[in-house]
Design a protein around this ligand. Structure first.
Ligand SMILES: [Zn+2]
Length: 136
């Protein structure tokens, strides 16, 4: 039996039409100021529903990363997953478009949208990675 995933997001978290290029979209609570990514309909800090759209910067810095050598189905191996800290105070879980040995902590990286995939239920799955600034 297949179950539909819960819709936890309050809207698209990647906007390809932003002026100057694609941006990730987070949320900011209008009551307590808590920021998060991806978008959310309810603030996890104060339970307010007064959430505002927060376009994030394109550039961030690698907080931490690891190399996956046993990738799940549909992913390439080796691949690199990371947390990237954004200037808005949001930490993003992402893939890095790099080879093992290339990333390092505090490395400046830039958002790099990649072509959408289609999941096994036929839905379009939006994807993004971060890359070294000179390769984004
Ligand atoms: Zn709040």
């Amino acid at each position: 039996m297949e179950f539909e995933p819960l819709a936890l997001s309050a809207g698209p978290y990647l906007d390809l039409q932003c002026e100057g290029g694609a941006r990730l979209i987070g949320s900011e609570c209008g009551d307590c100021g808590h920021r998060l990514f991806p978008t959310a309909a309810v603030c996890p800090n104060c339970m307010s529903e007064n959430m505002k759209r927060l376009p994030l910067s394109r550039d961030g810095r690698v907080y931490s990363f690891t190399v996956l050598r046993q990738a799940p189905p549909g992913f390439e191996s080796p691949s690199i997953i990371a947390y990237v800290d954004m200037p808005e105070g949001v930490r993003i879980f992402t893939h890095l478009d790099m080879q093992p040995g290339e990333p390092h902590c505090d490395m400046p990286v830039r958002l790099k949208p990649v072509a959408p995939k289609t999941d096994k239920l036929g839905r379009k799955v939006v994807q993004f990675k971060f890359a070294a600034v000179e390769n984004a």
